[in-house]
Design a protein around this ligand. Structure first.
Ligand code: GLU
Length: 408
């Protein structure tokens, strides 16, 4: 199953909606730069990629993923989504993504550091604050960004903290970056609730994925008094119809345990969790979680994509036919890269940006994106999905930049 093939189908829908010419479509249908290699550590080979999808709005920007399922098809799709996400968020970047195919959970920290540095040894000529700026993604974190920055600076022979974001504070990172993806998604979820569930008390929520994005999102929604009835991690899920104590569950998770082994609630499979009776389903794990096989069983009325690409093209059609509303990834999870942009701007200018100001700016940018997408959806009398509305806005902005550059 190709993820990128799904993206092409979605682009074709945008083409129809916006009457985009075939010449313009050519600019959108393929990435600008694909770098790939096999990193060799202790005689073992690790396939690695960095793909820049588009440069029209600015340098490449997007995370680096360490995961056993990483593939070129996946990295290219993730780079494509970054291009759309950056455009929709109105930040001056093209889109990019990178990855190494391996399981970091099974590697000791010394080797993890070596592999992170090897990645930069190969990729550094293609990276830089004005070329392509990586960041954390699935199973990468601020320590890995620090090793990568250090290796890059050794290679180029000067300091350049703006070449990577999501760094530790001491290396030029921002405190706000930690839970920025969840904070952004939380702002979007509040807009969505105000629009669609304004008077409903006791909103029930299921969160798939209890990593950086899902954990903080669950915490924020729980603090607002919503009932989080189930959460899951890579080991499986835990369910309690009366609502889980998310504060305690976070302490449990942070002590290195899986949510499945938590004392309260009933352990359930990931498949069961997705199909639970709930108002909102937050998808914060990986791509391809809702497919044509389980889409018809989804009972949640509202789905929020915190992960990139959790719903396939075919599943989108089934969910829409069943009147399910999907808040798409490029809108819901853009908080991370927006705060990356603040970090990059601070690194480049040397100016100290006030944290309260930045928090406020993140909120304003998220709300603006929601308003744009939602009003386009309304203009089309709800006949298009929020995803198609978001894609159309993002694509038109990229094409406008291409036009100014004389590329179309
Ligand atoms: N990996 C995150 C994403 O998918 C953040 C990217 C960034 O900060 O550049 O949006």
């Amino acid at each position: 199953m190709s993820i990128f093939a799904d993206n092409i189908k979605r682009l074709r829908e945008v083409q129809k909606l916006e009457e985009i010419s075939d010449t313009d479509m050519k600019l959108l249908l393929s990435p600008r730069q694909i770098n790939k290699t096999e990193l060799v550590l202790k005689g073992k080979k690790y396939p690695a990629w960095r793909i820049v999808y588009n440069y029209a709005l600015g340098p490449g920007k997007g995370g680096i993923r360490f995961h056993p399922e990483v593939s070129e098809d996946e990295v290219q799709s993730l780079a494509f989504w970054m291009a759309l996400k950056n455009s929709l968020a109105d930040i001056p970047y093209g889109g990019a993504k990178g990855g190494i195919k391996f399981n970091p959970k099974e590697m000791d920290p010394k080797d993890l550091e070596k592999l992170s540095r090897l990645y930069i040894d190969y990729m550094y000529p293609y990276l830089g604050q004005d070329k392509d700026i990586p960041a954390p993604d699935v199973y990468t974190n601020s320590q890995i960004m620090a090793w990568m920055l250090d290796q890059y600076e050794k290679k180029v022979g000067h300091h350049e903290p703006g070449m990577i974001t999501g760094k530790p504070l001491e290396l030029g990172g921002l405190a706000l970056r930690g839970d920025a993806t969840a904070q952004g998604a939380y702002i979007i979820s509040k807009e969505m609730i105000a629009e669609f569930l304004p008077a409903q008390p006791d909103i029930k929520i299921v969160v798939q994925g209890f990593g950086n994005a899902g954990l903080f999102m669950a915490e924020k929604l729980y603090n607002d008094g919503h009932k989080i009835i189930a959460v899951s991690d890579s080991q499986g899920g835990i369910y309690d119809a009366a609502g889980l104590n998310i504060k305690e569950l976070i302490i449990w998770k942070n002590s290195g345990q899986s949510v499945v082994d938590y004392q309260d609630g009933r352990a359930i499979s990931n498949a069961e969790l997705l199909e639970l009776e709930t108002d909102i389903l937050v998808l914060a794990a990986l791509e391809n979680q809702i497919t044509k096989d389980n889409a018809k069983n989804i009972k949640a009325k509202y789905l929020i994509e915190l992960a990139n690409g959790p719903i396939t093209y075919e599943a989108d059609q089934i969910l829409a036919a069943n009147k399910r509303l999907v808040v798409p990834d490029i809108l819901a999870n853009s908080g991370g890269v927006i705060v990356s942009y603040f970090e990059w701007a601070q690194n480049r200018t040397g100016q100290i940006l006030d944290e309260e100001y930045l928090k406020d700016l993140l909120g304003k940018k998220m709300k603006k994106s929601w308003d744009l997408v939602y009003s386009k959806y309304r203009q089309q009398e709800n006949k298009i999905s929020l995803r198609l509305a978001a894609y159309a806005i993002a694509v038109l902005r990229i094409l406008a930049a291409e036009k100014w550059r004389g590329n179309n």
